[in-house]
Design a protein around this ligand. Structure first.
Ligand SMILES: [Zn+2]
Length: 463
């Protein structure tokens, strides 16, 4: 028998430990491990590198500032260079799913380098009724934005494909919408992703800060206090318990939010927690300017430490990027922190940051790293064992890393839509050097070598 591909000479991280064997790939799947070299069409030399299960970015915004047909190209390019093999898009539609979802899926299907899937955001009663339709389309997770309503209810939706106009909308995600979404998701057997910030409190906080003429990232953090995160967490967890719904808190970055989640877990709420690289590495105490404006805000160095600790003791389950594909002219369009656009790119840097600041600084092990970059996400979101592991039978999504490689971060390294990066100039030790998606080499040494359109939509059953 002639196999498609063999990856030779790498240290393979399996759930049961590290094995030094060749990875045999056929038809995009891992079919076995050997010491000898079977006949094959392609050979990928592992050069003594470490093979980890393809990382899944659980949290990506693209298709908002450029439409998905374009955004898929640029952002999956950045993903591939950053070692990400599956990206999970936070789709936001201002219209109904029945009228607009298929066009989004079609436009995305030809221009990804890596695999992708979708979380559907819910903003209205109509969309709640369409959750079942999403499930039929194999989209089995839903996102709610508790930060959007009242004076702070404006949001940019994803653009219709092949257009170039930004889609501004105003929404009202009140407690009734939140409760109904949670209830419906529970009956469908789907998890709900929660952006936990109480919008009424945030509106009030921003008004007060502006009246006092405050500016800067510290003012931004103060105006959206961690207490407002805790309040939203309390509210939604009550619904989670009432209806038996699994909740997934996105972008948790404050010690206060972690404490609230611990309490809610103790009360029996089914909770998963995601953090982002910026809550590990950035604080308003150190960060200048407005580039690092994000929701929820970056906090203090003490919060950074609390998040690192929560990763090392496994109370955080996943690391997503909250990558926003925007550009400087949009980001810094205004005068002060209040006018700056929140969100920034991060899909290319998540793996190097975790390798450099996490694994190489002994904050957690490689085995832990693969759990919160791949295995846990695959299990939580219905992709396991297709994704999330290098076990026999799973998709051959393999990222090869070099823990000793050093490089400085710069925006043009990744070829994304964005023309800046908050980590510009940061020296990181530990980089992905080969990204393999379903047996095909997609990126190597900061260059994309894969075929546009190789990335496929990952259909997710209800788990
Ligand atoms: Zn987000």
């Amino acid at each position: 028998m002639v196999y498609d591909t063999v990856i030779t000479d790498s240290h393979v991280i399996l759930p049961r430990g590290i094995v030094d064997k060749n990875i045999i790939i056929d038809d995009g799947k891992i079919v076995g491990f050997t010491h000898d070299l079977p006949t094959c069409d392609h050979k990928i030399n592992g050069n003594g590198l470490i093979s980890i299960p393809g990382p899944i970015d659980t949290h990506v915004h693209y298709g908002v500032y450029s439409s998905i047909d374009q955004a898929a190209k640029t952002e999956s390019h950045a993903a591939a260079i950053g070692g990400i093999t599956t990206m999970m898009r936070m789709l936001r539609l201002g219209t109904s799913f029945q009228s607009s979802l298929q066009a989004q899926l079609d436009a995305a299907s030809k221009t990804h380098y890596v695999d992708y899937t979708i979380h559907a955001s819910i903003f209205s009663k109509q969309q709640i009724e369409e959750m079942k339709y999403c499930v039929e389309k194999k989209i089995t997770s839903f996102k709610i934005y508790m930060n959007l309503g009242g004076d702070v209810g404006h949001v940019y939706m994803d653009m219709p494909p092949y257009t170039s106009e930004i889609e501004a909308e105003t929404v009202e995600v009140n407690n009734q919408i939140v409760e109904e979404t949670v209830k419906n998701a529970a009956s469908l057997g789907c998890p709900v992703l929660v952006h936990a910030e109480d919008y009424e409190s945030c509106a009030c906080g921003i008004k007060t800060a502006k009246e006092k003429n405050r500016d800067g990232l510290s003012a931004w953090s103060e105006s959206r206090s961690p207490e407002f995160e805790a309040k939203a967490i309390r509210t939604v967890c009550k619904y989670g318990r009432d209806y038996g719904c699994t909740l997934y808190f996105v972008h948790i970055g404050s010690e206060r939010a972690l404490r609230q989640i611990k309490e809610e877990r103790e009360q029996g709420t089914k909770i998963f927690v995601e953090t982002c690289p910026h809550y590990l590495t950035l604080s308003y105490e150190k960060q200048q300017g407005y580039l690092a404006k994000v929701m929820p805000p970056i906090r203090t160095q003490k919060d950074n430490e609390a998040i690192w600790n929560a990763l090392s003791n496994n109370t955080i389950d996943t690391v997503g990027t909250d990558h926003v594909a925007n550009q400087l002219k949009l980001k810094l369009g205004g005068e002060d922190v209040w006018d700056a656009l929140p969100g920034f790119p991060g899909i290319g840097t998540v793996i190097p940051i975790l390798l450099s600041e996490g694994v190489n600084k002994n904050r957690f092990s490689l085995e832990q790293l693969i759990r919160f970059t791949s295995l846990n996400a695959a299990q939580i979101f219905g992709m396991y064992p297709k994704k999330g592991t290098l076990d026999k039978g799973s998709d051959a999504d393999v990222t090869m890393i070099d823990l000793k490689k050093e490089n400085k971060v710069s925006s043009d390294l990744f070829g994304g839509f964005s023309d800046y990066i908050v980590y510009e100039g940061m020296n990181l030790k530990g980089w992905p050097v080969k990204t393999i998606v379903r047996g095909h080499l997609v990126a190597e040494d900061f260059e994309v070598v894969g075929k546009l359109g190789h990335g496929k939509f990952v259909e997710r059953p209800v788990t």
